[in-house]
Design a protein around this ligand. Structure first.
Ligand code: CP
Ligand code: NVA
Length: 301
């Protein structure tokens, strides 16, 4: 693979390879500490970040490489100079570009003009690095993902899209429960459903909480993503029944809770659930680094 823009482009085997490599790295970095020796990787951000920024920086260091952090640059790329020029200039010094952008098209433009791999570290449509870390986290708990069901509850967003593709490609069932009008993108749902079917898995959408029954894990994310101008007051009443709390966990019978973070306790998740011993949120955060390191080892030549 040349880039990681969306997991839709990566095969089941590619994704399995990432998970296997990530697990190997997590167990022992000593065989990988020269992987990025002499390599420099630009990480650029149009939006805020804690986990992505730190996990890439520390991870690249663990692989013996050097990371160059470019902050929000006062807003979107392409204002001071064209995205094309960003891509071409960075390619002259760096061995990969990791980018968090508002618009997926910026990533497409970067990848078109860069001569080094481009990794999507979140855009309006996808968050593939997150979904890889989440699949690694679930695999650590369940061993085999096939036959297990991941439920996503809340706002159908970038994280949902990447989880749909990752679980479909790995043959994991997925149930997506959202309030009416907040479902994931319809075209992506159809694409992910077709992949799930090929892998002998299912992808089900519903607005009914009853659809959560039998899920092995429940995942949620913020109700308002970065770049979405909706005010919480506007949607609070509509989303309130979809808060992941102890009653929801109990009624569904789910063993684990997942959240990509940042988490808003008392909004999309109760503090009790977020901080419970079966919450995998911090495992997911740690696994971001291992999954991304596996991606960099595969992509950076
Ligand atoms: N989950 C995640 O991407 O966190 P940050 O926004 O802090 O990077
Ligand atoms: N859906 C969230 C994820 C944050 C990591 C957002 O895009 O803001």
């Amino acid at each position: 693979m040349a880039n990681l823009l969306t997991l839709k482009d990566w095969s089941s085997t590619d994704i399995q390879q990432v998970l296997q490599l990530a697990a190997q790295m997590k167990a022992d970095y000593s065989a990988f500490d020269q992987t990025l020796k002499g390599k420099s990787i630009a990480t650029l951000f149009e939006k805020p970040s804690l986990r992505t920024r730190v996990s890439f920086d520390v991870g690249i260091n663990k692989l013996g490489g050097h990371s160059v952090y470019l902050d929000q640059q006062n807003g979107a790329l392409g204002k001071r100079e064209e995205v094309k020029d960003f891509a071409q200039n960075l390619s002259r010094w760096c061995d990969a570009i990791v980018a968090r952008v508002f618009d997926h098209n910026t990533l497409i433009e970067l990848a078109k003009h860069a001569t080094v791999p481009v990794v999507n570290s979140l855009c309006d449509l996808y968050h593939p690095c997150q979904a890889l870390a989440d699949m690694l986290t679930l695999q650590e708990q369940f061993g085999e993902l096939k036959g297990k069901t991941l439920a996503y509850v809340g706002d159908g967003n970038n994280v949902t899209h990447s989880l749909m593709f990752a679980s479909a490609k790995l043959g994991m069932n997925m149930v997506v429960v959202c309030p009416e009008g907040h479902f994931p993108d319809g075209k992506m749902v159809l694409e992910a459903k077709a992949i799930a079917e090929q892998q002998g898995a299912t992808l089900t959408l519903s607005s009914e909480l009853a659809a959560l029954e039998g899920a092995h894990a429940i995942y949620t994310d913020t109700w308002i993503s970065m770049g979405d101008g909706t005010s919480l007051d506007e949607i609070k009443a509509k989303f309130a029944p979809y808060q992941v709390n102890s009653a929801m966990m109990q009624n569904s019978g789910a063993q684990f809770f997942l959240h990509c973070q940042p988490a808003y306790r008392g909004v999309e998740v109760s503090a009790e659930v977020m901080d419970a011993s079966n919450s995998l949120a911090m495992e997911q955060a740690e696994n971001r680094m291992h999954a991304q390191n596996a991606v960099l080892k595969i992509l950076v030549k």
